[in-house]
Ligand binder design. Sequence first.
Ligand SMILES: [Zn+2]
Length: 195
Amino acid sequence: MTTATLTSKGQLTVPKEIREFLKIDTGDTIEFVTDPITNSVTISKKGKLCPTCNGSTILESHNLPCFVCDASGYINLDNGIIPYIMMGIPNRKYKINKTITNQKTDANNSLQFNIMPKIELFSQGYSRELLDSIQDDLQIMIIEEFTPRTVSSDDFFMIPTDAILIEILDLLTTKKAKDKVTSWFRTERSSFNKN
Ligand SMILES: [Zn+2]
């Protein structure tokens, strides 16, 4: 048995052993289910809120079920984002094709490794605009997981160089996503520069 004490604001820290047991992490949603008969509450993991439908389970622009979370509103990244994309997006049901590539051809037609895996979505049932936006949602999760800390591990401070940042931004399609990732790394850089 493990215990935790409620603060005056009604907040509770989930003990480490419980976090590890439920495999919950920052940003995960926890579900509380009450049982009046036993006067107890069960907590369980609901995963991360789906970045595409924001938990609404619907792709509003098409008024169709969200295929990223299979209309559940949550995504479960226990094994990481790549296995989730490979296994978790029910492509047949929603007639979505996806590719994850690690390599690209350069100007001389020789194969080069991508800085991190690149996802592309294809479908005839959804507009390219919507697919680009969803593809970027997923690519941002890949970038978060493969954050260039791992590719520039020689760099003690592990902040991407401009050249690496350009390669990362190349994986994204929409300006909105590029701006988001740029500002995310700029924030890291400026907080580093202040120190
Ligand atoms: Zn969704």
